[in-house]
Design a protein around this ligand. Structure first.
Ligand code: ADP
Ligand code: ZN
Ligand code: ZN
Length: 803
């Protein structure tokens, strides 16, 4: 039993006779816990523990399991690896609306009203009953109504007295179902009869393509609706209703046609399909942008479901509103369940249940889809495996790409990681023989990859204002694009850091001498600091490579770029896409729709725009300053720059017109820029991996970040210091095994204050995973771990993604 509380152990409870028929693993139960009554998930049958008396379960809260028993070892693995309380792991896995407090809907039993009169009814009970006499309510609603917390123990007692009924009622909703009218040729019709030219045209289309919907016909022949009505009366066509789904743009998804595979695609499918059902295996599918990876996924999925396997498909957050989901639903229809945050709570609940009941065989969704409650998965696909949205950055900080491999191992499944720009981690696994490799090296239709031109930003250092960052070369290309009636994407990555020090003369960034990581300015100390090891340099330092004292803080955001675009191209319709503008649900969909229908000429955006969209109107991509990404104080900055540049360039020229990319940079000769320019991943990898090896960064070591945050700067700093000292002491006592573990910091986090909380971090790394995890375990949960107060939060980030 895993309680829904921040505790790391699991507990044994016995099941009383009257509940023994109901209680099954995967259900929620009510248990006594210390002096409280709490909820938990049944993840046993437990091994018999002999000690002490075992308490009894009070109540079972579900009629059927919420997840299959086969997932329990997966949850346990996660709890242990990410050092997260098991009950909260399960809570994270379940879709909102299924975790505890939301689900129970209480109604008053027939006897309930009478019970009100009883003298033994307490005041809280009375107010609960009074509130419920107005109608059923969830626990949350109830708490709102009576204005105080409603403890589970009380609910349980009221149920035992038969005053209350617990009733699972969530408003379900299917995913935007809709019926459309389909038109079919009337079989009995003799078409030798003379038809009007337009009716003849309709017949020809239907003969060639089979049944089509009225909207589809209307696209070809605008008057199709009227024509069809007439033809129906004349007995020439039949019209029937069909239920279909709609995509996030609101357009109907119609069954798609299956294209003939290219030679490369055929080879990839032939390589991977035979691996289905042959045990655990991971294959990296490296295919350039537009090479048709999705079609390969679709074929393998078809092969898997024909073998009665269940399939998980993970796509990046934003990929959901691109085509992948649409294509899967078009191909497999009702066999697909969709899990993502764009769905309403009821929709998500429904989709979850469809999977539990095995009504669906394929689940597609963003990172949380890795928890889809299938009993026995045979194929797991992770599209754009390098994507940062697979990493959850709050609560349970898991990486869904990594969990895909773990779950695949548990189910003895085939795991496919696909990307045009694979992560260094995954490619490394290929080179050491851990993963197989499949490649798609050419774009479908042999469209050339876009031409990429670099513009040296250091040449415009004497310019002022806009001209300095939107160079004449870039301006000219934007102008041409607009004149040709095409669209431009202007990209600037400005995640997190507002500024980093760069030499205004030669463009060199100031880096740490120990870590080869960009330094960040710490205003209070008036110094540049490395946030890995704490190395410090005066804010007045000269450039180490050219000696210039003109060190500038490069600070520039998408908002500024948008302003510049409006000013430079007053005739263009300019829009911006970044986290600031896109935080409202539906905003992205609206913007992409505008882009698709060409209601936007210039789109300015952060990395959000780089992901997976396929818009034929975009022929120009402008990268305002590639160095911004390159010099992030993070050892993965080179990898991210390569990925972003290659992905962003992949957005251009997907239509008939060839694409162009203008890449502005202070470092045109940097190997990352060069490799991105030639979309040469291998060349990039070879250089990058030797740098990682030299400094023992992942994949040659693993890291854990311990993050400390609190409102009081003094206390937070002290706590960080204590944890650091504690860790060093443990290392010293660990003997020779401990010597491979490296502890860096504590040091103020690069963003030292967020939402008024002061943040510190401690980095612990080692090539020895087990040793690393042992130390962090001891540090966080051991008998000598530092007790953290209420106002200071300490969290562990295993395999941190952003440092
Ligand atoms: P990737 O995911 O590798 O970037 P996509 O799967 O999006 O590439 O494919 C690019 C385009 O090529 C899509 O419009 C897709 O429909 C089309 N396509 C894929 N495979 C084929 C094929 N065998 N024949 C014709 N078109 C194809
Ligand atoms: Zn310099
Ligand atoms: Zn350093």
């Amino acid at each position: 039993m895993a309680v829904v509380l921040p505790v790391y152990e699991t507990f044994s409870y016995s099941v009383p006779a009257h509940l023994s028929d109901q209680a099954r693993p995967g259900m929620r139960v009510l248990v006594p816990f210390g002096r409280r009554t709490v909820t938990g998930y049944l993840i046993g049958p437990d091994r018999q523990t002999d000690s002490r008396e075992i308490k009894q379960i009070l109540d079972v809260l579900d009629d059927s399991p919420l997840f299959p028993e086969t997932m329990i070892p997966f949850f346990q693995w996660i709890a242990s690896y990410y050092m997260h309380p098991p009950g909260l792991v399960v809570n994270t896995a379940l879709p909102a609306g299924l975790n505890m407090t939301d689900i129970a809907v209480l109604t008053i039993d027939e006897n309930g009203i009478q019970a009100l009169a009883s003298s033994s009814t307490g005041p809280v009970e009375k107010s609960i009953l009074a509130a419920l006499s107005e109608g059923p309510a969830s626990i949350k609603q109830l708490q709102k109504k009576i204005g105080r917390p409603v403890p589970w123990a009380l609910i349980h007692r009221m149920r035992q007295r038969k005053w209350l009924l617990l009733d699972r009622r969530i408003e379900g909703g299917r995913i935007r179902p809709k019926t459309i009218r389909m038109v079919a040729l009337e079989k009995s019709e003799n078409f030798s009869r003379r038809l009007s030219r337009q009716r003849r045209a309709i017949c020809d289309i239907l003969k060639a393509e089979g049944d089509l919907s009225v909207p589809a016909l209307k696209k070809r022949i605008p008057t199709a609706a009227t024509l069809v009505r007439g033809m129906q009366k004349a007995g020439q066509v039949a019209v029937y209703e069909k239920t279909i789904s709609r995509d996030p743009f609101g357009d109907p998804i119609e069954p798609d046609t299956t294209p003939r595979l290219t030679g490369e695609q055929t080879r990839a499918v032939r390589q991977m399909a035979p691996l289905l059902g042959r045990g655990f295996k991971t294959v990296l599918l490296a295919g350039v942008t537009g090479s048709g990876k999705t079609e390969v996924y679709l074929r393998l999925t078809r092969a898997a479901i024909s073998k009665k396997m269940q399939v998980l498909v993970l796509v990046p957050e934003i990929g959901l509103i691109s085509q992948t989901e649409r294509r899967f639903r078009a191909r497999f229809g009702e066999r697909v369940a969709v899990l993502h945050s764009g769905l309403s709570r009821g929709e998500r609940y429904d989709q979850w249940l469809r999977i539990v009941k095995e009504e669906a065989a394929i689940a597609i969704g963003a990172r949380s889809c890795i928890f889809a409650p299938f009993t026995d998965v045979g194929l797991i696909i992770v599209d754009e495996e390098h994507d940062s949205s697979y990493k959850q950055e709050t609560g349970l900080r898991y990486n869904a790409r990594d969990l895909a491999v773990v779950r695949g191992r548990h189910h003895k499944a085939l795991v496919i990681l696909g990307s045009a720009t694979p992560s260094v981690q995954s490619w490394h696994n290929v080179t050491i023989g851990k993963y197989d490799l499949a490649t798609l090296s050419k774009r479908i239709n042999r469209q050339p990859l876009p031409e990429i031109r670099t513009v040296d930003l250091s040449l415009s250092r004497d310019e002022r204002g806009i001209q300095r960052y939107i160079t004449p070369q870039l301006q000219k290309e934007i102008r041409n694009t607009l004149d040709e009636g095409n669209q431009a994407l202007i990209f600037l990555n400005r995640r997190g850091f507002s500024a980093f020090p760069i030499c205004a003369h030669c463009g060199q960034a100031l880096r740490c001498k120990n870590c080869d990581i960009s330094l960040t300015l710490h205003k209070k100390a008036n110094a540049f600091r490395c946030h890995y090891c704490g190395f410090t340099k005066a804010a007045t330092s000269a450039c180490p490579s050219c000696g210039s004292e003109d060190i500038k803080l490069l600070g520039m955001g998408t908002e500024k770029v948008q302003e510049a675009m409006v000013q430079l191209f007053p005739d263009a319709r300019v829009a911006r896409m970044d986290r600031d503008t896109m935080n409202r649900k539906g905003a992205i969909v609206r913007l992409l729709k505008d882009l698709k229908h060409r209601r936007i000429d210039i789109l300015v955006g952060t990395q959000m725009v780089a992901k997976g969209h396929d818009f034929p109107g975009i022929t120009l991509v402008g990268v305002v300053c590639a160095d911004l990404t390159l010099n992030f104080p993070d050892f993965r900055s080179g990898e991210r720059t390569f990925q972003l540049l290659a992905q962003v360039a992949g957005r251009a020229g997907r239509g008939e017109h060839p694409g162009k990319v203008v890449l502005q940079t202070f470092n045109p000769d940097h190997f990352t820029i060069g490799a991105a320019k030639n979309q040469d991943f291998k060349k990039f990898f070879d250089q990058e991996i030797s740098f990682r090896k030299a400094l023992a960064y992942p994949p040659f070591s693993r890291m854990v970040a311990v993050r400390i945050s609190g409102k009081d700067p003094q206390k937070t700093a002290e706590m960080a210091g204590k944890i650091g000292t504690n860790g060093r002491r443990m290392l010293a006592n660990a003997g020779p095994g401990g010597s491979r573990v490296k502890l860096m910091g504590p040091i103020e986090a690069p963003l030292a204050r967020i939402a008024n909380r002061h943040r510190w971090q401690l980095l612990i790394s080692s090539p020895d995973v087990a040793g690393l995890h042992r130390l962090v375990h001891e540090l966080m949960q051991g008998p000598n771990s530092v007790a953290t107060g209420r106002d200071i939060r300490v969290s562990v980030d295993v395999d941190p993604f952003f440092l």
